[in-house]
Design a protein around this ligand. Structure first.
Ligand SMILES: C[S@@+](CC[C@H](N)C(=O)[O-])C[C@H]1O[C@@H](n2cnc3c(N)ncnc32)[C@H](O)[C@@H]1O
Ligand code: SF4
Length: 380
């Protein structure tokens, strides 16, 4: 029996952090205003009901509590948000409920409560397993604390993913390979090693401008990417996306697959994005970004949405290309018809992309230079 209901992901943004890391440009805030977090929790619950009404029938495949630091949220609030979503939508079997956590002892102490709240996948922001690197990254935990939190999480949650950041100043290929192996030894079945990106307007951006440190040389960064692929492949992880590695298909992030497959998702919480397809037209949605604006918006209109913009067929196809080429699944060519793809034959000949069974894939050679490949594909 095929399911007539389209799949849906739900992203819930919890913006608060204990400290703002110098590399981070997510929509984050320190929890400074008395009562604001509780008001935000209540607004998110209301937003969910409003979004469910606006989105039309879907089957819920995944809930992702991201941030910010949702592991700082009261577990009872996470439980209420998860429960509300479970009531609002029919559920897919094996609903994935993921939560992002920072590996401090204080947060690890609440892991059991989050599991009881319904979280079945933890994404732990270990970032590095070296105290010097953690200090450089401005993290509020030690490597030992991260190891403790990861071991505990591996025992509590059915699925565990670890985030790491590489291409840090002074990093060597040998040191990074050891760090990756140490991360694997903690028992995750999913790893997301991200190359350090210097985002405009962050403390790292300002530090580089005043010469406090230099970003990793692009050749070294490329070699560290190769090291990542080689070490994790040897450890039994498949690079099913540019920065995401899973031990077996079941360990892949169902939530991220929704983004990469161009399926529908809703965003609740300040600044959360969504994509909805109605009557063949795909729309981009965005919630008000500042917390007070978001709260006001939910009170006034019943959802936090500040923008809902229909994408042209070209824009939707370009987004599909951008997301789909990142994964081993590729993109069906039928979904790319609105694009010129005039350089497709050249890129195929040069080994950056390949076509098989009516789908377009980036090759191993194309993946590290995906931005350029996509640019070539979309320009006429
Ligand atoms: C929403 S963030 C973090 C969640 C959680 N608060 C934490 O810090 O662990 C998700 C992930 O993005 C990655 N990330 C954030 N900013 C980055 C940057 N500038 N460069 C590379 N990775 C970054 C980090 O690995 C982080 O764990
Ligand atoms: S990296 Fe995580 S803890 Fe640090 S500021 Fe960003 S969201 Fe907050």
């Amino acid at each position: 029996m095929t399911d007539a209901l389209p799949p849906l992901g739900l992203y819930v943004h919890w913006p608060y952090c204990a400290r703002i890391c110098p590399y981070c440009d997510f929509n984050v805030a320190l929890d400074r205003r008395a009562g604001e977090a509780e008001a935000l929790f209540e607004a998110i619950l209301r937003d969910l009901a409003g979004l469910a009404g606006a989105a039309g029938p879907h089957r819920l495949v995944s809930i992702f509590l991201g941030g910010g630091t949702p592991s700082l949220m009261r577990p009872a609030w996470a439980a209420a948000i998860i429960q509300a979503a479970k009531v609002l939508w029919p559920l897919a079997p094996n609903l994935e409920v993921a939560l992002e956590a920072n590996p401090t002892d204080a947060e690890a102490a609440r892991f059991e409560a989050f599991a009881e709240a319904g979280v079945n996948r933890l994404s732990l922001g270990v970032q590095a397993l070296d105290d010097g690197a953690l200090k450089f990254l401005g993290r509020n935990h030690s490597a030992e604390e991260a190891v403790r939190a990861a071991r505990l999480a591996a025992n509590i949650f059915p699925r565990l993913s670890l985030d790491l950041i590489y291409a840090r100043p002074g990093q060597t290929e040998a040191g990074w390979a050891e760090e990756l192996k140490a991360a694997v030894a903690l028992g995750p079945e999913h790893l997301s090693p991200y190359q350090l990106t210097i985002e405009p307007g962050t403390a790292f951006d300002r530090a580089i401008r005043r010469g406090a440190f230099a970003p990793a040389d692009p050749d070294l960064a490329a070699r560290l990417y190769e090291t990542t692929q080689a070490v994790l492949e040897a450890e039994g992880f498949e690079a099913y996306e540019v920065s995401n590695h899973a031990r077996g298909e079941a360990a892949r992030s169902r939530h991220n697959l929704i983004y990469w497959r161009g399926q529908d998702y809703l965003g609740a919480g300040p600044g959360a994005h969504g994509r909805l397809t109605r009557a063949g037209v795909r729309s981009a949605t965005e919630a008000a970004r500042a917390i007070p604006d978001y709260l006001a918006r939910v009170l006034e209109t019943g959802t936090g949405l500040s923008l809902a913009e229909a994408l042209t067929a070209e824009e939707a196809a370009e987004e599909r290309l951008l997301m789909g080429l990142r994964t081993v699944e590729g993109v069906p060519l039928t979904e790319l018809l609105p694009l010129p793809l005039s350089k497709l034959a050249d890129l195929q000949r040069d080994g950056f992309v390949r076509v098989a069974d009516g789908r377009l894939f980036a090759t191993t050679q194309g993946r590290p230079v995906l931005d350029r490949v996509i640019q070539e594909l979309v320009c006429s």
